[in-house]
Design a protein around this ligand. Structure first.
Ligand code: NAI
Length: 436
C-alpha cells in the first residue's frame, strides 16, 4: 500500500508528487504519456518557445527543433527530480476503482491511503459538422505539425487562439480568427482585448468577433455568419481552439465522486465527496492554468504531510504571451462595479516609460484597481513588455491586501517597466483623493 497514488503527471501531479515524496510519503504517479503534461509537452512551454522564435522568413524545421530543444531538457529534468525523490512513475493509464484503489490497463491493482486526481484537460470539440475532416486540428495537432500555412483559420479567440495566431502571423502566414463573443479573450479586461485586437490586426490577422460558426466543410472551409452576412473561408488548416474540457471521462469505475459537468467538486482542502480522494488543477475547473495546478498540488501534499500549507492558491494571475504581453490579476474595474465594490482605477500609459521606448515603444499601459475606502489593491491589468513578470509584484500586493500607499514604499529601479507601477499607483491615489 502506497501513501499516495497520483493520477496524472502534469504540473499539478508532479508538484504534489515531489513535495509528498520529499516529505517522506511513498508515492506512485500514473502517467501514460510524458511527465510534464499539457503544459510542458503540448501547451505553455512549446507555445512560448514558438512565440520566441517565429519571425518572417524563419526556418520552420529549425523552429520545430528549437521548440524540442526547450521541451526535452525540461522533461528529462522533471524525470530526474521524480527519480531522485523516489517517486514511482508508472507509465500507464489508471482507473480509480474504489476510495483507495486504482487499476492499470494490465489489470494490476494498486492501493493508496490517499488518491490525488490531477488528470488535467483536453481540447473540447465543437458540436458542429466537419470536426473530423482532414485539415481540421486542435492545439495538440498544430503544435505537433510545425510548418508554414497559406491560411490558418482559427475558430475561437481565447488564449490558445490568439497565441497561436501570433506565432503563425509573426512568421508571415495569413491568419484569420473567428470568435463567437463580441471580443477576443473575453475573460480578460476589455481594454486588454482592444489593445490585443489592434496589435493582431497590425500584424495582418483578420479578426471576426460576434461570429456564429455553422460548419466546417471539406477543403477545409469554414462557414460562418458575421454581422448578418454569411461567409465561407477556405484554409489549409482550421484550428479549433474553443475551450478545453476536464479529462475525467472514464476515470472512475464503481465509485462516483460528485462532479459538475465533468469537473470534480472539491472542498477548501481539495477533497472530493470521497474523503480519501483529492483533486486539483484543470480537473476541478476555475482557471485552467499550470501555476494554479502546481500551487494546488503543493497544498494537497502539505495537507497529507500534516503540515500547514505555505503556498496560497488565489488570486491566480493570467498571462497572454503576445507582443506586447498581457497580464491580469484580481478584479477589473468592471468586475468590482458588478459586485458593488466601490473602486477606482489608476493608469499609466507606457508612452512615457523610458524602457518601453528603448525596447521599441509599442503602445501599452499599467492599470490598477483600488478599493475606494480601504485603498487596498483589488487587481491589476497590464499591456506591456514583460507584463508576465511584472504581474508577480501585483499578485503579491493583491494577495497581501497591500494599499496604494504601501505600493509607493519601494523605490523601483530606473529605467524599467516596473516604474509604470509607481506612476499608476500615483494616478490611483489622485483618483482616490478626488471628491465624489
Ligand atoms: P478559452 O475558453 O480561453 O477560449 C475559447 C474561445 O472560443 C472563447 O473566446 C469562446 O467564446 C470561443 N468559442 C467557443 N465556441 C465557439 C464557436 N462555436 N465559434 C467561435 N468561437 C467559439 O479556451 P482556449 O483558448 O481553448 O484555452 C483553453 C484553456 O487553456 C484556457 O482556460 C486558458 O486559460 C488555457 N491557456 C492558457 C494560456 C496562458 O495562460 N497563456 C495559453 C493557452 C491556454
Amino acid at each position: 500500500m502506497h501513501d499516495l497514488l497520483i493520477i496524472g503527471g502534469g504540473p499539478g501531479g508532479c508538484a504534489a508528487a515531489l513535495r509528498a515524496a520529499r516529505g517522506g510519503l511513498s508515492v506512485a504517479l500514473f502517467e501514460p504519456r510524458q511527465v510534464g503534461g499539457t503544459c510542458l509537452n503540448r501547451g505553455c512551454i512549446p507555445t512560448k518557445a514558438l512565440l520566441h522564435g517565429a519571425k518572417p522568413g524563419c526556418d520552420w524545421s529549425q523552429l520545430a527543433a528549437e521548440k524540442e530543444s526547450v521541451v526535452a531538457p525540461l522533461r528529462s529534468g522533471m524525470e530526474k527530480q521524480l527519480k531522485a525523490a523516489k517517486v514511482e512513475v508508472i507509465p500507464a493509464q489508471a482507473v480509480i476503482t474504489g476510495p483507495n484503489t486504482v487499476r492499470t490497463a494490465d489489470g494490476t491493482l494498486w492501493e493508496g491511503r490517499s488518491i490525488l486526481v490531477s488528470v488535467g484537460s483536453l481540447p473540447a470539440p465543437l458540436p458542429i459538422p466537419g470536426m473530423d475532416l482532414p485539415g481540421v486540428s486542435n492545439s495538440d495537432g498544430l503544435l505537433d505539425d510545425i510548418r508554414p500555412r497559406d491560411h490558418l483559420l482559427i475558430i475561437g479567440g481565447g488564449v490558445i487562439g490568439v497565441e497561436l495566431a501570433w506565432v503563425w502571423a509573426s512568421a508571415g502566414c495569413k491568419v484569420t480568427i473567428v470568435e463567437a463573443l463580441d471580443r477576443l479573450i473575453a475573460n480578460l479586461d476589455r481594454e486588454l482585448s482592444q489593445s490585443l485586437t489592434m496589435e493582431l490586426k497590425k500584424a495582418g490577422v483578420t479578426v471576426y468577433t460576434g461570429a456564429s460558426v455553422a460548419e466546417i466543410q471539406p477543403g477545409p472551409a469554414v462557414r460562418f455568419t458575421h454581422k448578418g452576412e454569411e461567409h465561407t473561408l477556405a484554409a489549409d488548416t482550421v484550428l479549433v481552439a474553443a475551450g478545453r474540457k476536464p479529462a475525467t471521462a472514464g476515470l472512475f469505475d464503481g465509485v462516483s465522486p460528485a462532479m459538475d459537468r465533468g469537473f470534480l467538486t472539491v472542498d477548501e482542502h481539495f477533497r472530493t465527496s470521497i474523503p480519501s480522494i483529492y483533486a486539483i488543477g484543470d480537473a476541478i475547473g476555475g482557471a485552467m492554468l499550470a501555476h494554479k495546478a502546481e500551487a494546488e498540488g503543493d497544498v494537497v501534499a502539505h495537507l497529507l504531510l500534516g503540515k500547514t500549507p505555505l503556498r496560497g492558491t488565489s488570486p491566480i494571475p493570467s498571462c497572454v504571451y503576445t507582443d506586447p504581453e498581457l497580464a491580469q490579476v484580481g478584479l477589473t474595474l468592471d468586475e468590482a462595479k458588478a459586485r458593488n465594490i466601490p473602486a477606482v482605477s489608476g493608469k499609466c500609459v507606457m508612452g512615457a516609460n523610458g524602457r518601453t521606448l528603448i525596447e521599441g515603444g509599442k503602445r501599452g499601459f499599467v492599470k490598477l484597481v483600488f478599493h475606494k475606502e480601504t485603498h487596498a489593491l483589488l487587481g491589476g491589468q497590464l499591456c506591456c513588455y514583460r507584463a508576465s513578470d511584472l504581474i508577480a509584484e501585483l499578485t503579491l500586493a493583491v494577495s497581501l491586501g497591500l494599499t496604494a500607499e504601501q505600493l509607493l514604499r519601494p523605490v523601483r529601479p530606473h529605467p524599467t517597466f516596473a516604474e509604470a507601477v509607481t506612476a499608476a499607483v500615483e494616478a490611483g491615489l489622485e483618483a482616490l483623493e478626488r471628491p465624489v
